[in-house]
Design a protein around this ligand. Structure first.
Ligand code: SAH
Length: 252
């Protein structure tokens, strides 16, 4: 018996890995985060399987599900939105499973920052502009460790993908303006890849108003940085002068 932490992806069931889909379709016991995992993904779990929405459960209760499953010799799928390694709160579950001697493994998933970039049809890196992507958030019930505040992240001028923060949109935009400039492009994607996905695009100066107007208050990804601009240097990867292992320069 084992527990399998499975990345549910951002919402669209077609963005599940084949492994995740296979595991869900054959599972007998699934614990999922109902507040974020799309119902279309949960629907892949067979009707006669046990299903638990972890939203209303404590760590002790979800652990108890695993203990009972071990007694019956069945695996537990622990379904987490996006990729389980990002704000997934899997560490504390793994500590408990280690303590109990229950084996586990992880199946990665498409994260919401990737789904947001796809929805925006953008590349998050841009030559000479941003060669770094920072996945971050603002403080909620979880405080930000010293030195990792948004202000500090902004000093890097990297592309920022900000989770769990759209309710603070005005404050986020204001903090970032000082470093990226008020005209810097920013996009907010609500429920990327869901049927009701909403995109709000603008600048740091006007995004808060657009997000408020669209009624976006949760489950959104904030993507900001000059990499979102269409202009600027192009990658040399496909240029004729740039050789790499698979292609020789045209003039050679
Ligand atoms: N492990 C998840 C993140 C969980 S934290 C992942 O890899 O995506 C929850 C936050 O993720 C939300 O507040 C929101 O910022 C973001 N998020 C999750 N699903 C999303 C989606 N479909 N579209 C946009 N943002 C999403």
């Amino acid at each position: 018996m084992k527990v399998i932490f499975v990345g549910a992806g951002p919402g669209d069931p077609e963005l599940l890995t084949r492994k995740a889909a296979r595991l869900l379709e054959s599972c007998q016991c699934c614990v999922y985060a109902g507040s974020l995992v799309s119902p279309e993904v949960v629907a892949l779990v067979p009707a006669d399987a046990e299903k638990y929405d972890s939203a209303g459960m404590t760590l002790e209760e979800t652990t108890a599900v695993c203990i009972k499953a071990r007694e019956r010799g069945i695996d537990v799928i622990r379904l987490h939105t996006g990729d389980p390694s990002i704000y997934g709160a899997i560490r504390e579950q793994m500590v408990e499973l280690d303590r109990l001697g229950i084996a586990y493994e992880v199946v990665p998933g498409v994260s919401s920052f990737q789904a947001a970039a796809a929805a925006l049809k953008t590349e998050l890196t841009a030559p000479e502009v941003s060669q770094t992507i920072i996945l971050t958030r603002t403080a909620g019930r979880t405080p930000m460790p010293a030195g990792q505040e948004l202000e500090r992240m902004a000093q890097t001028q990297a592309t920022l993908c900000i989770f769990l923060s759209v309710h603070n949109m005005a404050e986020v935009a204001q903090t970032l303006s000082a470093h990226y400039g008020a005209d810097c492009p920013i996009a907010v994607v609500y429920r990327a890849s869901w049927p009701d996905q909403i995109i709000a695009e603008g600048t740091l100066a006007d995004i808060a108003g657009k997000v408020a107007k669209a009624g976006i208050g949760k489950t959104a990804m904030i993507v900001v940085g000059r990499a979102l601009e269409r202009s600027g240097a192009v990658s040399r990867l496909y240029s004729g002068e740039f050789t790499h292992g698979y292609r020789k320069a045209k003039h050679e």
